[in-house]
Design a protein around this ligand. Structure first.
Ligand SMILES: C[S@@+](CC[C@H](N)C(=O)[O-])C[C@H]1O[C@@H](n2cnc3c(N)ncnc32)[C@H](O)[C@@H]1O
Length: 272
């Protein structure tokens, strides 16, 4: 297979990647047939996957605007993905032109495309780093060169923690980040769950099997387990809820939306 210009040298384009599959669900063009094939397989079990991803992106944008409205002007977005429509820096800098955004991802396509998109923006950077090694993120010179971690930051962990297996200690990693943040900081988080999916668990589990097969397991956690990522932080109203229920822009009743959008959870916590 020929390697297109946007794909960095050395990446294995014979194995599906989580970030390129996500790009496909969202209608992006930074994916290969191998990614589309795996994504279509996952959608055979969970046809509403793109709807879940759209609800996730919409939640993220509302949460970023909420952060700016509450005076936050620094964002650390870990597991930021391949840039698509309405990225964090666009939403944050539209609301506050001085807002600074540091993106972090471990996927080389996400990093390369972010670099291209951010060229010329001196208030946004992308660092190649791994959420499983939070110390390296906190000490990364690209990040510390842009963000002042002694001031409040909105830490985004959006649709990423469900790719961290318990053996890789996601709770310890998030605790380290939580502790490093200044008072007034926010954690913006979404996470996949069997709770809320409008299908029997046995059917939805087929999707989990697809991710397991591509050696990037998708870890479904309960609402109770997800709430533990916010330990010590105060939950911003309305708490940890299904994504369309978190401060919707319009008074439209959530029931009018696609039932798949109610899969999983989103919430924002604040450090007192
Ligand atoms: C489903 S995408 C979410 C992208 C974006 N946060 C959003 O919600 O639109 C998950 C992203 O997390 C990244 N990711 C997964 N595990 C990671 C890790 N251990 N460290 C850094 N990034 C990770 C993947 O490469 C992918 O780009």
């Amino acid at each position: 297979m020929e390697r297109p210009a946007w794909a960095p040298q050395g990446i294995d384009i014979s194995v599906p990647s989580v970030s390129r599959m996500y790009d496909f669900y969202l209608g992006g063009s930074h994916n290969f047939e191998v990614d589309r094939e795996a994504a279509r397989k996952a959608m055979e079990f969970l046809p509403g996957l793109p709807k879940i991803m759209q609800a996730n992106r919409a939640f993220m944008r509302r949460a970023v605007r909420h952060a700016v409205d509450s005076g936050i002007d620094q964002f650390l977005d870990i597991g930021s993905g391949i840039p698509t429509f309405g990225n964090v820096h666009e939403v944050a800098q539209a609301a506050d032109p001085g807002a600074k955004v540091a993106y972090v991802d471990h996927d080389p396509v996400a990093v390369a495309h972010s670099q291209a998109v951010l060229e010329g923006n001196d208030r946004a950077v992308i660092a190649a780093a791994d959420l499983r090694r939070p110390k390296e993120i906190l000490a990364n010179p690209e990040i510390t060169g842009l963000l002042d971690l002694d001031r409040p930051v909105a830490l985004l962990l959006v649709a990423v923690l469900h790719f961290i297996e318990d053996a890789d200690e996601p709770y310890a990693a998030v605790a380290e980040l939580r502790e490093a943040l200044a008072p007034g900081s926010l954690i913006v988080l979404t996470h996949a769950s069997y709770e809320g999916i409008p299908l029997p668990k046995e059917e939805a589990a087929g999707t989990v099997g697809v991710y397991k097969n591509i050696r990037n397991p998708l870890i479904m956690r309960s609402r109770e387990e997800i709430s533990q990522f916010f330990e010590g932080y105060e939950m911003v109203e309305p708490g940890l809820v299904s994504m369309p229920e978190w401060r919707p822009d319009t008074p439209q009743s959530p029931e009018q939306e696609d039932p798949y959008a109610f899969s999983g959870f989103g919430g924002v916590g604040r450090k007192a």
